[in-house]
Write a protein of this length. Structure first.
Length: 434
């Protein structure tokens, strides 16, 4: 039996130090490469390394999901993830070559994904069903607080101490999570299979926000053909059109996010200032999910998604013009305005609406094949965006890169607008599923 309402959930805090450890690493990796290889070559290498990172999330989502189903143990997987991540972080201190950093960052992508599914299932297995939404919200808030704390710590560290030692401190936080998970996490007496996450909207959203892929089984080639052959018929084209719009969104995000830090170093931002921009972005995103997402979830999903895409595209375009016309530290002003809006309010609006539409479209019978296709497309789209980003930034400029990302979002908005004809299926709040 699951624990009764009011049961202790102190084990939630085992994720806090790990979030502190993992939050700053992306910026650390990019700064390390840019410092080692210079602006032009470093920007290309950043694009390639982020591409490897995004690529590693695909086998990671598959492997750890299947491992969770196979072993039915939550605590060992979570603890192992934290321990190996600490070792991985320490290893960064011993290499600055593009090959070493790329390999370690890909391994980090693989290891850090391990705890996501077990934590989600633990919440559902130890809390009453009526408390799932509040429990997920609390867990998400603890993770966000950890990420913000890690970024603030990194900004302070970078202002007074050498950046390369930062990973030792981050590794120590991951080790604290190892100790907390051993002390606080208890194996549930009743376990769920992963499929339960696809039947509850809150757990579905929380899982996708951590790692935007869910593989219930390996997708087959004929399943991709089955999904996209429906494009030929107007009445059955809603799912492939939705997926294509999401692909365009992730391509745009990969393009923009990969070149943001290089654009700041090109304008002579200090390491501390770059981390400060990340702090503001994460804080606005957290607040947006707390206060904006619950409101927009009650509105038309298609209109909300389009609004989020248009706002995000406008911010990307504004930063594209800003990086062209504004040189030096003054570039921090538009960055602190448009980046948090794009990654906060606009992202919360689009994420909530688009994932609700995905949730509404998958169906309980075809969840495995449909989610497999969706997850593979998201992974490939993120890789494509990251790969393109470094080369376009070097050969055409950051302005062209950010405008290209804005164009991809405009394509996504146009595709999303086609979904308005399918209002009954995709544009309604999902009915409760057991």
């Amino acid at each position: 039996m699951r624990e009764k309402k009011g049961s202790k959930i102190s084990w939630f805090y085992s994720v806090l130090p790990f979030s502190i450890a993992s939050g700053p690493l992306s910026t650390f990796v990019q700064l390390t490469i840019l410092e080692q290889y210079g602006q032009n070559l470093g920007t290309v290498y950043v694009g390639l390394i982020v591409t490897l990172f995004n690529g590693a999330t695909i086998p990671a989502a598959m492997f750890w999901g299947f491992a969770t189903d196979r072993f039915h143990k939550r605590k060992p997987i979570i603890t192992l993830s934290f321990l190996l991540t600490a070792v991985n972080l320490i290893a960064f201190n011993f290499t600055s070559s593009v090959y070493g950093v790329g390999l370690l960052y890909s391994i980090f992508s693989f290891l850090s994904a391990a705890s996501t599914t077990p934590y989600n299932l633990l919440i559902m297995e130890t809390q009453p069903k009526l408390s799932w939404a509040s429990a997920f919200a609390r867990f998400s808030m603890i993770s966000s607080i950890g990420s913000v704390t890690g970024l603030i710590l990194s900004a302070l560290w970078a202002s007074v101490l050498p950046l390369h030692w930062l990973v030792i401190v981050l590794a120590s936080f991951s080790l604290v999570s190892v100790a907390l998970s051993l002390l606080l996490i208890k194996e549930p007496t009743f376990v769920f299979e992963r499929e339960i996450m696809t039947l509850n909207r809150t757990s579905f959203f929380e899982r996708l926000q951590s790692v935007p892929m869910i593989f219930l089984r390996l997708p087959r080639a004929n399943e991709f053909k089955r999904v996209f052959k429906d494009l030929r018929y107007e009445l059955t084209s809603q799912v492939p059109v939705l997926y294509l719009s999401i692909v365009a969104f992730y391509v745009a995000s990969g393009i923009f996010n990969t070149s943001l830090v290089p654009s700041m170093t090109a304008n002579r931002f200090s390491e501390s200032e770059i981390y400060t921009v990340s702090v503001v972005g994460v804080m606005v995103q957290t607040a947006s999910f707390m206060y904006v997402a619950p409101y927009i979830a009650k509105q038309s999903l298609v209109r909300t998604a389009i609004g989020g895409l248009v706002l995000r595209a406008a911010c990307y375009a504004a930063l594209g013009f800003s990086v062209y016309f504004i040189v030096g530290i003054r570039y921090i002003v538009p960055t602190l305005i448009f980046y948090p809006v794009a990654g906060g309010i606009a992202f919360a609006a689009y994420y909530t609406a688009s994932n609700t539409m995905v949730f509404n479209s998958i169906g309980s019978k075809g969840a495995g094949s449909t989610l497999g296709v969706y997850s593979a497309l998201v992974g490939v789209a993120s890789m494509m965006g990251s790969f393109v980003s470094g080369f376009t930034s070097v050969y055409f400029g950051f302005d062209a890169t950010f405008l290209l990302a804005a164009f991809c979002l405009a394509v996504s908005a146009v595709l999303t607008s086609r979904l308005s004809m399918f209002k009954r299926r995709l544009d309604e709040a999902p009915t409760a599923r057991p």
